[in-house]
Design a protein around this ligand. Sequence first.
Ligand code: TEU
Ligand code: CA
Length: 556
Amino acid sequence: MDKKWWKEAVVYQIYPRSFMDSNGDGIGDLNGITSRLDYLKDLGVDVIWLSPVYQSPNDDNGYDISDYRAIMQEFGTMEDFDRMLSEMHKRGIRLVMDLVVNHTSDEHKWFVESRKSKDNPYRDYYIWRDAKEGKEPNNWGSCFSGSAWKYDPQTEMYYLHLFSTKQPDLNWENPAVRKEVFDMMNWWCEKGIDGFRMDVISMISKPEGLPDGKIPEGGLYGDSGCVNGPHVHEYLQEMNREVLSKYDLMTVGECAGVTIEEAEKYASADGKELSMVFQFELVDLASGTYGKWTDKRVPLKDFKRVMTAWQTELEGKAWNSLFLGNHDQPRCLSRFGDDSPEYRVVSAKMLATCLHMMQGTPYVYQGDELGMKNVPFHDLSEFRDIESINAFHELTGAGKVAPDDMMRYLNLRGRDNARTPMQWDDTASAGFTTGTPWIKVGPDYETVNAKNEMADPDSVYNYYKKLIHLRKEKDIMVYGTYELLDPEDEALYVYTRTLGDQKLLVMCNFTKEEQEYTVPETFAGAEVLISNYPQSGAAAGARKLRAYEAVVLETK
Ligand code: TEU
Ligand code: CA
């Protein structure tokens, strides 16, 4: 087996705006992160993926960067960053930065120059096109509603923005752009960071000629088709030669639209591009006419099918990342589990068991280790996320979705669910800030918080801690081969892991109803490795699995 530190690591994602505020302005910051590193050391995580902290006007909460080599004022200074990095390294924790180079902010000096004139030296850093028949150059829609093109009167042309109008797409066909990006990446690597999470990196190469896309039934705009474009692998192999290959880095590509076949290229074992990718097949399940804006739940059979495809087809060819949540998703407990007061704890532990016992690098999103759940938003004014606010106005404005339905969908699937402040303790604002938090705090913070859970041996926190520490002791968790059992079962997710003559059996009940299961003879005499319920020894043959029960058996 090709052992790598990043295959054996557990990654913790910090969304800095919501993690910890150190100066009372209601906004998380770098010194706040530094003050909480002992908590992360205790949890046992090996790597921190830090969402963007660069200078930004915050149209998309830092994913719109105006200076790649400066720290956002609200988050602190470069000295604060250097101290945070040093304190992480002192604790043996590595830092992976968020690299957002599909686009910049429209306030980046490159775009300020580019829009000045058609012959400006920076003009071709971005994607400008003339109107077509007096309208946008093609029918592409932005991920944040509306057209993907914005007309700029100064030079009477349109520029492309796959995300907000303040996030103009960079022109990766321009070698000068690639060089700027690589120089900036080397600058951060020389500061001692340990890797990059690459924002929408599968979108950087646009289809030749920027042709119209298919308009989905009921949709308003064409699909840009900008995923896995014609030159994306060339660009990433160049990035690998110019930057990545020079350091001992972990890299993960956020690859919307990636297929397993493409993932084998992005994350190939030959190390020519990236270490691993985030796939979106799982979190995009149960999408509707208007994409994520739906109240559909994911049937377990589909969940098992997708996870199994990635587990079995990448094995030996490329490396999986494992995640159920991040800053773009609703809380995984609410989406895939049962966040009711009665079942919150066992369900959160079951989901964590199901994910962490798989092959790949697990990602823990801040607060999921506490069993934080979706937060009720009662009015559009309580939302902060441009994606949600724009979608509400576009879909209700066009009469496509009733306002009440849209509020329900925003509550179920909106990104703000994962962006409410980290719940540290039961004091005001959950100990996140002494000021007024930039976004509402979850109403359950007096019970669901790190202080309570660290003190409670049966908490979700201490269960995650056990799972994370197990991974350091058990090569089979990292390198064992995955095999799904009982694919047709719509209540139980059961799979094995095999390494040499050792085997694990992972049984997860995704329902609150008690389920019957027959443990294979192979596991006669096996011992319980971990469970979210007290276990009285393990035995082969018929057994019951209680509500959301997760049991892992290990052969000796
Ligand atoms: O997200 C890319 C992306 O596809 C998002 O649109 C996400 O999948 C979607 O919001 C889920 O509904 C990355 C960042 O993670 C996201 O926070 C940024 O808003 C986006 O790129 C633009 O930088
Ligand atoms: Ca602050």
